[in-house]
Design a protein around this ligand. Structure first.
Ligand code: CA
Length: 438
């Protein structure tokens, strides 16, 4: 696990791709996120660099990629790379950093590498990996407390929360890439006044601001991953919008948890930002205080406490149909930070495998809604509008309690720290489509 920055994070490194050297790019030479795009009717692995894509498939085909990395780079998804030995990940990053750098790219490779670059605009992005299993956690204590207070004012946080990372098994078939329309689901809705439910379009469609951890490596069935090794099982992060129908969810969730209120769509951003790229932005895990117990020993590791969290700014923007028509910029609904999580990524991996469950390359672990302590840092409308009782005014003169048809939600994330290049995640975008007619 790249815990400490190295030469690939040197802010003085510049790329021969000009747009990668712009201050405002999400994708400078120090980032190098991996994704999958369509070219010549093939699914190919690429790297975002400035406003370009470096076609790794083409580079591997031209045999400039180091020999043992070629086969994973020729695959149609990231899964082969995720299954490769852990040392392959920093090796690929180091090679990419050199070959795309102004000063370190060997002259013999430069023209071949240049031929592997294409403009990112207009390119169709695909899901970066074949996801075998998707788990969604509930790792923000602020979110759990806020949501709990809406449903159980007398006992917002259930007693297990402080001890056990809460999660549920999600749905893979409805994972979609940024830009895909999200159809308002129909479902059973119970009137606020009680009585029999009706079937119809959700009236409480919501977004959830989350990060998705992309799993690499394998543990055999029955073999837990100890906390000291768990960080190595996360290849990188994507933005994740866990679209939620609160009225469907509220009626169906007891006793087995979320089901159709969640499984209609989950949107992912296309570029996987590696944990190596995020090394400079590691920070101390949220201190346990406020009467919270220390984690049980199997979830405790000194290195994880010292650097297992990430200082990553998270933003949510909304643009309604009217705002787009009137030329009004999207409005920011939320600014949160990944460091607010109660559990670290390593703790989530260790807990997930603690019963012997095997995590496989390409599995996806959602963090759960990342809410912070302030009112403006809550990660969904359920919290922001207090279950629809406090409508949110918009610059168009409209208000929102939950999402309307035509509303578009964009999640963004970036990390910045003095002495390092700012890196970003691009965007995770989805627009609400009208419900399927009954
Ligand atoms: Ca969620």
């Amino acid at each position: 696990m790249a815990v400490t920055p190295d030469a690939t994070h040197d802010p003085g490194r510049r790329s021969w791709i000009d747009s990668a050297n712009r201050e405002d790019t999400d994708f400078p030479l120090q980032n190098l996120p991996l994704g999958v795009f369509r070219r010549k009717s093939e699914s190919r692995i690429g790297v975002a660099i400035g406003d370009r894509i470096f076609d790794l498939h083409a580079a591997a085909g031209a045999e400039i990629v180091p020999p043992r990395l070629r086969e994973p780079c020729l695959a149609p998804r990231l899964n082969r790379l995720l299954a490769a030995e852990h040392a392959a990940w920093p090796e690929l990053r180091g090679w990419l950093s050199d070959v795309l750098s102004m000063d370190s790219c060997p002259a013999s490779l430069r023209s071949i590498a240049e031929a592997c670059v294409l403009p990112a605009a207009g390119v169709e992005m695909l899901l970066p990996m074949q996801v075998g299993d998707y788990t969604d956690f509930y790792a923000s204590r602020h979110h759990a407390t806020n949501v709990g207070a809406l449903f159980r004012p007398d006992q917002p946080l259930l007693p297990n929360y402080a001890w056990v990372p809460i999660g549920y098994h999600g749905r893979c078939s409805s994972l979609v890439i940024s830009g895909t329309g999200v159809r308002r689901p129909n479902g059973q809705l119970r009137p606020e006044t009680g009585g029999s439910p009706v079937f119809g379009p959700t009236r409480q469609l919501d977004y959830e601001l989350e990060l998705g951890a992309v799993v690499g490596g394998t543990n055999a069935l029955g073999e837990p991953v100890p906390i000291a090794k768990a960080g190595e099982r996360v290849f990188g992060l994507v933005l994740l919008n866990d679209w939620s129908a609160r009225d469907i969810q509220a009626w169906e969730y007891q006793p087995l948890g979320p089901f159709l209120g969640k499984s209609f769509a989950t949107t992912l951003s296309p570029w996987v930002v590696t944990l190596e790229a995020l090394a400079p932005f590691r920070t101390t895990a949220t201190p346990r205080g406020d009467g919270n117990p220390p984690p049980l020993p199997y979830l405790t590791d000194a290195a994880d406490v010292a650097g297992g969290a990430f200082d990553l700014q998270l933003d949510v923007f909304l643009a309604t149909e009217r705002m787009r028509r009137d030329g009004i910029d999207p409005v920011r609904l939320t600014r949160s930070n990944l460091r607010h999580l109660y559990w670290t990524l390593a703790q989530l991996v260790t807990h997930h495998t603690s019963n012997g469950c095997n995590l496989q390359p390409g599995d996806l672990l959602g963090t759960g809604t990342v809410s912070g302590p302030e009112p403006e840092s809550v990660g969904c409308l359920l919290e922001r509008t207090r279950r629809g009782t406090a409508p949110l005014p918009l610059p168009s003169g409209e208000t929102r309690t939950f999402l309307e048809d035509g509303d578009e939600i964009v999640l963004r994330a970036f990390a910045e720290r003095s002495g390092y290049r700012r890196i970003g995640f691009g965007e995770c975008r989805g627009r609400v489509l009208a419900a399927h007619p009954l």
